[in-house]
Structure formats: structure tokens, C-alpha cells
Design a protein around this ligand. Sequence first.
Ligand code: SF4
Length: 317
Amino acid sequence: MFELKDDWQFELPERYFTLEDYEGGTARWCPGCGDLAVLTAVQKILRDAQMPPENTVCVSGIGCSSRFPHYMKTYGFHGLHGRPLPVACGIKSRRPELDVWVATGDGDCCSIGTGHWLHAVRYNMDMVVMLFDNSVYGLTKKQTSPTSPKGMETNTHPKGAWLPPLDPLAAMLGFTNTSFVAQTVDWNPAHLQATLHAAWQHEGLGFVRILQRCPQFTATVYEDLQKDPSKLLLLTGEGQPRLEPSVARLFPNQRAHLVGDLAGARALAGAADGVPIGVLFRDPSRPRYEEFTAMGLRMSAEQKLAALSRELDRFAV
Ligand code: SF4
């Protein structure tokens, strides 16, 4: 493993990470659960980029998808319901050099965690936020979530959900300081990975809503999109996830979209002629709060004390 050089110095071999280096415990999601595809996509992105696992942190709240950190061999924090984003922002503000991934579900993010969601978006810290949207509370066995379609029968609404669902894309495109919004589906691994990769490369909060299958409780919610890809609208053009022609051909319905066009993105989020997949909006110029919170992080204790004394001296009489 080590090579002994003539001058008696050790030369460490370069580390090469395989998928195994990012694989944590055996995933205990149901067979066919879309969460498995997302887990694989993230592991492949990190492997392809040769990211040291010890520089990556996965943070989650509560829900099926929030078991994500357990299945990654990186640092992780399985937090409280609706609270992955304050934890992720805390990590990023003190350790801005770390690569932060957030796994949150529609119940976790869009209900109890909504207050944290909109402020984390405003902070725009450099992280990937993956919204696993299966339109139901799966872990607690089928209660209506904010994104459950109207009329969907659940344990809390046996005669069907009463209210129209919250649209996470429309919400994101209305929040202050939003810098990246994308949508993808778990059943197309190439588009899923390419979209998460685009969010990961973005400097700022990269939000990806993943239409995620839950065969256990909402098997039919995305069934029509799976069976008929023409119901999806593949966004194309500069800044969109890079796809092989063989993958792009699977989507008969395509539209060129400028990623900086906010009004166009809002129109797409509510489009009746197809569910958009790709990057709806991106603005890399938006301010990032970790640039502010990281100020002075590298100062020594002596430097901090000297700065404090200087400030206090201003009040000397
Ligand atoms: Fe996945 Fe649904 Fe099973 Fe939860 S209940 S692990 S979301 S299939």
C-alpha cells in the first residue's frame, strides 16, 4: 500500500473512491420505492467527482426519504421533523467547505418545515435540497400531505383530499432570493442524475423536486406520466441537464427554455400542457449567506481578541 522512497519518506497512493465508499447501511425502503434511484444517483455523482466521503454531509428530517443519511457512508444528520434545513444551514455557516445534501419529503418540507424552507431559500447557502415528493406521508402509512392531489383517498381523508395541492415549484419561484429550481422523475435514472448534478454544480441552494414513486401508498399518482412520457415536458437548451440523445429521444414533448427567465419558469410551473422536467430557473448571481457567516472563521483566537478590543476601544471615554 505504501511505497518506501530512497530518502525514507512515505509516498501515499492517490485515493480512488468506488461506489462502495459512499454506500452506508442496506436501504430498508420498500421494493420499487423511488428513493432507491435517488440514493444511487447521488452516490454516482460523488463517485464520478471523486468527492472524499469525509467532506460530504447528508442531512434529513423525518419521513421515508429522511432515512437517506443512514444509507450513505458520509457524515450525516437525521434530524427532527421539518428541520433538516436549519441544521444544514448551521453546518454550512460554520463549515462552508463541506458538501451538503439535504433529503426532505413533501410532508417534511412543505408542511411542518415550510417556515424553515422559505428562509433557507432566502439564505441561499450552497447545498443541494432534494424534495422527495410522493404526495403522501408514507412513513406513518398514508395520510394526506400538502402535495396530495385533490380527491386522493388517504387515512385522514377517506373520501378524498379536500384541498388543491400545494405546488412546490410555484412556491419556490415566489420565494425571495431563489437561485435554482429544477424538477425530475425518479424513473429516468439519466435525467435524475443529470438534474441532481446540475443542482450540485450550482453555487447556491439547488432545489430539485423529484417526482418519487411510492408503490406502497400512491402507486397511481405518477402512473400516467410513467406510461405516457409525452405528458412530460423535457426542457432543453443551455444550462439544462446534459442527456445522451438516446435518453432525450424518450421524451417526445420538448421545449427550449432559458434558465434565467423567471416569468417563463413561473408559466412552466403551472403549465397545463405537460409536467416540466429540467431546470426551470437559475440565477448564480444571487447572494449567498455563507459568504457573510464565514467572515472571520479563519481568524486565530488572538486576532479575534484584538478585533474585539479594537471595537470596545471605540466606546472608551
Ligand atoms: Fe418508499 Fe412509500 Fe415504502 Fe416509504 S412507504 S419506503 S415512500 S414505497
